[in-house]
Write a new protein. Structure first.
Length: 170
């Protein structure tokens, strides 16, 4: 099975997941890796991004716009992650943004955020109306600091193997 792992990683989280996917599959069969257009035929294209308004980044949207009628596996990292329902909403949006491609599977996990985000949340503590929400956002930020963690990477590995089995069954 030939595959590509095309992704946009703003803070390194999505790159960690992309590295895990490529490390799980036969690396010699990887025909594209990184933030680049698909230039060679692939049996499946893994498309990944940090979450930008709940979906793919603008850079990934441009790459996806040039991929048609292809089997794709979608993955993303996002700052929030304490609720499965949130991941499901992201998966639904990624599927919508996949265009005319056949989505084989999706994987979303939490990723750490830059410290500037926490500082923004801390500023919200000064606003009485926002205090409770700010505390919740800070708690989520602190929880996200360890992500992607070993569990996330094991799930990314399982995702890659599940996709390979679906695309190239033995």
């Amino acid at each position: 099975m030939k595959y590509a792992v095309l992704f946009d990683s703003r803070t390194g989280n999505t790159a960690q997941i992309a590295d895990e996917i490529r490390g799980t599959l036969t690396q010699e069969r990887c025909v594209g890796f990184g933030l680049q257009p698909l230039t060679q035929p692939a049996d499946v294209v893994f498309l990944g991004s940090w979450c930008d308004r709940g979906g793919f980044s603008e850079a990934m949207k441009k790459i996806i716009a040039d991929i048609h009628h292809q089997k794709v596996a979608l993955f993303a990292t996002c700052g929030y992650g304490m609720e499965r329902a949130y991941f499901q909403r992201i998966e639904a949006k990624l599927r919508e943004q996949a265009g005319d491609n056949e989505v084989v599977a999706c994987f979303v996990c939490q990723g750490k955020m830059p410290i500037t985000v926490r500082r923004r949340y801390e500023e919200l503590l000064k606003d009485e109306k926002m205090k409770d929400a700010a505390r919740s956002m800070i708690a989520n930020f602190d929880h996200a600091l360890s992500h992607p963690d070993e569990t996330d990477l094991k799930q990314a590995e399982a995702f890659a193997l599940r996709v390979a089995a679906a695309v190239d069954p033995i």
